[in-house]
Write a new protein. Structure first.
Length: 169
C-alpha cells in the first residue's frame, strides 16, 4: 500500500500481523451461496484486505447484488472484519470469545489506557482479570452470534473512547 502511494514502507507495518478474532460463531461464505471455490476465495481475500468499514460494506453490497441476500454466516464474516479493523486501530492483537467469556490481548503498542483496564478490574473483579502483562480475561455470557458480536463491539467502542494520552516528550 505504501509503495502504491509512493511512500517508503515501514518495517513495523510490514511485520505487523492482522488482529486475530475468534468468536466461535459461523463466519464464512457458504458453498451454497457462492458455488465457485476460486470466486469464494477471492472474496475472502478482498474482505481480509479491507482497510475501512466502508470497504467491507461495499463488498457486502456487491455480494448481495451478485448472489442475493447474505446468509447469517456471511453477515458474521463482515461484522468480524469490521471488528478486526477497530481492534487493529487501537492496538488489540487478538480477541477470543465463547459463550462463557473470553480474552482480549493487547499489543505492545496498544492505545488503550492501562488505567481504564485497572479500573475495570477494580470495579468488577468477578468479571475482569489480567492474565500476564497483556491479556484481559472477561467472564460475560453471550449465548448466540448476535449477542457475542454486540458484546465485542461494545467492548471495542469502550476501549476506543478510553485511549491513553499521547506521550509528550
Amino acid at each position: 500500500k505504501a509503495l502504491k502511494e509512493g511512500k517508503q514502507p515501514s518495517l513495523d507495518s510490514m511485520l505487523s500481523k492482522q488482529t486475530e478474532i475468534d468468536l466461535r460463531i459461523p463466519s464464512l461464505l457458504p458453498e451454497d451461496y457462492i458455488f465457485d471455490v476460486s470466486l469464494r476465495l477471492s472474496f475472502y481475500k478482498r474482505i481480509a484486505s479491507c482497510s475501512t468499514a466502508n470497504d467491507v460494506d461495499e463488498i457486502q453490497v456487491e455480494l448481495i447484488d451478485r448472489f442475493g441476500l447474505l446468509p447469517d454466516a456471511a453477515k458474521n464474516l463482515a461484522s468480524i472484519a469490521k471488528l478486526r479493523l477497530k481492534a487493529e486501530k487501537i492496538g488489540i492483537s487478538r480477541i477470543d470469545a465463547s459463550a462463557e467469556g473470553g480474552v482480549v490481548e493487547f499489543s505492545d503498542n496498544t492505545k488503550v489506557d492501562p488505567m481504564f483496564i485497572i479500573g475495570l478490574m477494580q470495579q468488577q473483579p468477578q468479571i475482569y482479570k489480567m492474565e500476564g502483562a497483556n491479556k484481559l480475561k472477561f467472564k460475560i455470557k453471550s449465548s448466540d452470534s448476535k449477542s457475542r458480536l454486540q458484546l465485542i463491539s461494545s467492548m471495542l467502542a469502550e476501549f476506543s473512547r478510553k485511549q491513553a494520552p499521547a506521550n509528550i516528550h
